[in-house]
Design a protein around this ligand. Structure first.
Ligand code: FES
Length: 73
């Protein structure tokens, strides 16, 4: 089985690493809504939202499993 690497919002061509680095530089709590305002990410198909939420919470920027909306919190 080929491993999957999910590392970006494909709608806005922005990596989770870019988002996470930007969030860290903000020196405040950053939400998915803040990311959407800054990059647009999460405002298209919305499939990246669970990954962005996890990246903001944990710093993980590459995922190997499909995550669903319900898994955000
Ligand atoms: S993948 Fe991020 S909005 Fe579609």
């Amino acid at each position: 089985m080929t491993p999957i690497n999910i590392d970006r919002c494909v709608c806005y061509e922005t990596t989770f690493a870019t988002i996470e680095a930007w969030a860290r530089s903000q020196k405040r709590v950053v939400t998915n809504e803040d990311v959407q305002t800054e990059f647009g990410c999460g405002g298209g198909c919305k499939l990246c939202q669970p990954y962005i939420a996890c990246a903001l919470r944990t710093g993980q920027v590459v995922f190997h499993e499909i995550r669903c909306e319900e898994e955000i919190d």
